[in-house]
Design a protein around this ligand. Sequence first.
Ligand code: FKS
Ligand code: ZN
Length: 343
Amino acid sequence: MKTVFSPVQLAHDPKHEISDGMLKPAVEIPSRAEIVRARIMETGFGDILPPEEFGTEPLARVHAGDYIAFLESFWTRWTNAGRSGEAFPFVWPVRELRTKPVPDHIDGLLGRYSFDAGTPLGEETWFAARASADTALTAARLVAGGDRAAFALCRPPGHHAHADFYGGYCFLNNAAIAAQYLRDAGADRVAVLDVDYHHGNGTQAIFYDRADVLFLSLHADPIEEFPYFLGHADETGEGAGEGFNANFPLPLGTDWPVFSRALDAALERVAEFSPDTLVVSLGLDTYERDPISKFRLKSEEFLRLGARLEKAGLPTVFVMEGGYAVDALGINCVNVLSGFEGA
Ligand code: FKS
Ligand code: ZN
């Protein structure tokens, strides 16, 4: 299968993040993408193509216009306010506080358009996030055009980004943008299966009231893991979308036998839904040695994950999400993809 990747995605190069309530070295860093690209080249897995430029329109099918405008204009506003370096929000419109009118002040804007302080926003973030979304869109276009599967080597990741706020290292929801693109390109039903260690809260929220996109997520139980405030099993969709959202929260320490049982249950739901296309939010942070996560998948088991996804028999767009054990990330990621191809 083909891989899509743009070096523009490397320009987002955060130095720090607020994690565990402390300022720490950033973990969502450019070398994550570089190591995966290197592994694809080393193993001769397949061609790597640059993304096409899709412009704002397919982003605006998923994200609010004012949010896109905020991301685009952020650096100018930030520097005009006399600020420098990477930005962190620190005040949010929670519960009784109002989201409208949108503040003029840069700190108000940062809080309005984010949900955590763990996601550094810098000079190049918008360009990298846009390139990452273009990467997902290009992979979706390949699959819409008849390729059995394609791999979007996305970075920054996307699945925590909501229609109008960022967080969890995510700015534009690449998987949701790809799923919506596939719908607009003629697919009647699209399933998004999220196998990242963290719940895909953004993707869930974007499609929560819709019956045309089924969202399923396997992840660490939010009662004890980020993003904490979404991802429980009783979130099943609302309105027309009732029954088209499925969460599989799993305990810390989950290993392949536990993970694969949940995966089978999720894929059964996918089969019932009978989508035209499958989008996989591919997080590799379920790995046993991931530095920020607590599942226990082994490198060889990612081959089995890929093989199991192939058995669903669907045209498949892989969209990379998390994974922070950088030295093993190339191996683990390409294991999923080559497991899918039966290698
Ligand atoms: C817990 C700190 C939690 C935030 C974790 C964000 C995870 C991001 C991700 C993505 F795919 F989006 F990159 N920090 N001690 O892996 O889900
Ligand atoms: Zn994750």
